[in-house]
Each structure stands twice: as C-alpha cells, then as structure tokens.
Design a binder for this molecule. Structure first.
Ligand code: FMN
Length: 202
C-alpha cells in the first residue's frame, strides 16, 4: 500500500583501525552492526583508506560556514547530516585515538560552526563508541572517551556512555579466547540499539 512504506534509519559507521580483517575493534564493530543491518541502511567508512586533510584552523568555516578542503570529508559531512546513528570504532594508540580518526573529528569544527548559526539540521541521532586496547591499566580509555564525548556533544548527538564497549588487554592470550564472548556482547548491545533506532525501546 502506498504511503505505508517506512524509511529505513541511516547509520554512519566509522572504522578507525588500519588493520583490516585482523582488527579487533573492527570485528567488534561489525558484530555490533550485525543486528542493526536488518532494519537500517549502514554506510561504512574506513578512515585509513580515506583522504582527509588535517584542519589548519584557517577560520574559513567560521566566516563562510564551509571548508576550504575538497576531500573525502565531504562524504562524511553528507552522511552526518542524515544519520540516525553514528557508531565509531577505534584501536587505542598512546592512550588516545589514532591520528586519521582524530583528523576526521577535528574537521567537524565546520559542523560546530554551522550549529552555532542554526544551519545544521537538529536530529535526534544516537552515538556509539567501541574501542580495543592492547594493555590493561587504570583509566586507559579516558582520553578517547573524552574526545568522543566532546565530538558527540558538539554535534548534539545523544549517547549513553555506560554502553560504550571498551575492551582491554587485547594483546594477551586470555583476550584471544575472550574475543568470541566480546563479539556476543557487541551483538547484544547492537540489538538494543536496533530497538532504539526502530523506536521500540522505552
Ligand atoms: C601505534 C600504537 C600505539 C598503541 N598504543 C597503545 C596504548 O597506548 N595502550 C594500549 O593499551 N594499547 C596500545 N596499542 C595496542 C592496540 O591498542 C591494540 O593492539 C588494539 O587492540 C588494536 O586494535 P585493532 O585490532 O582494532 O587495530 C598500540 C598499538 C599501536 C600500533
């Protein structure tokens, strides 16, 4: 029947690891997305395969509301405009995010400027973060989570930090055997986010 067809929610999935199929954070991210794919359109981007110039603080976005660079960031801006969910996965590098992912985030300064001018669509998008670190020490994910929080806040993307999936000790032998349990956990959380996206969550 015409008019009853529902538009599928859109998910922007940003993969921050350079390790392709060997990457833990990417595997966890895919497991998280698995249930979501049944009802949403997922657009995946791998930052290490993209050409994204670093922000030079030229101030052009402040004065003109757009960016001087014509690169792959245009595809990310387009997806960010329409996404109902933004999921980000990343390895932990020197207790933070790897450079290319941080560069992508810095380039969202343009969106911050557009928000200030009320020229960015207000959408109730959900944000999600997955990370894996090789070692195991106190507060190891704190810098990454702080950056992601700042990023989501700037774009007014809602998120529930207690659901973020942060896997530590991934370079230990114990972690290899725990990886499949981690994947199951990612799938369960993905299922919860599917409900949020399709509007069946409380
Ligand atoms: C450049 C570099 C820096 C790293 N820094 C840290 C670190 O500060 N803390 C940590 O626990 N692991 C660190 N690691 C290990 C990775 O975080 C770990 O292997 C992670 O699971 C990789 O994720 P991936 O498999 O998704 O690429 C580092 C690895 C590299 C290559």
């Amino acid at each position: 029947m015409q008019g009853s067809r529902k538009i599928k929610p859109r998910v922007l999935a940003i993969f921050g690891s350079p390790r392709g199929k060997k990457s833990y954070s990417s595997a966890f991210h895919r497991a998280f997305l698995e249930p979501i794919r049944s009802a949403a359109v997922v657009h995946s981007f791998h930052v290490y395969t993209m050409k994204i110039a670093a922000c030079t603080a030229c101030g052009h976005c402040h004065t003109h509301g757009d960016c001087i660079f014509d690169d792959d960031m245009k595809r990310i801006y387009r997806e960010l405009r329409s996404a109902d969910m933004i999921s980000i996965s990343s390895p932990l590098y020197f207790s933070s995010l790897p450079g290319p992912l941080k560069i992508l985030i810095d380039r969202c300064q343009m969106i911050w400027e557009l928000r200030e001018r009320n020229e960015w669509p207000v959408k109730n998008a959900h944000g999600f973060f997955i990370s894996s670190g090789g070692a195991d020490y106190t507060n190891m994910f704190l810098p990454s989570v702080t950056i992601i929080r700042h990023f989501f806040n700037s774009l007014r993307i809602s998120y529930d930090e207690k659901n973020f999936l942060l896997f530590r000790g991934m370079e230990t032998t114990a972690a290899h055997s725990a990886a499949s349990e981690h994947m199951t956990r990612c799938g369960e959380i993905g299922q919860q986010y599917l409900s949020k996206l399709t509007g069946t969550a409380e």
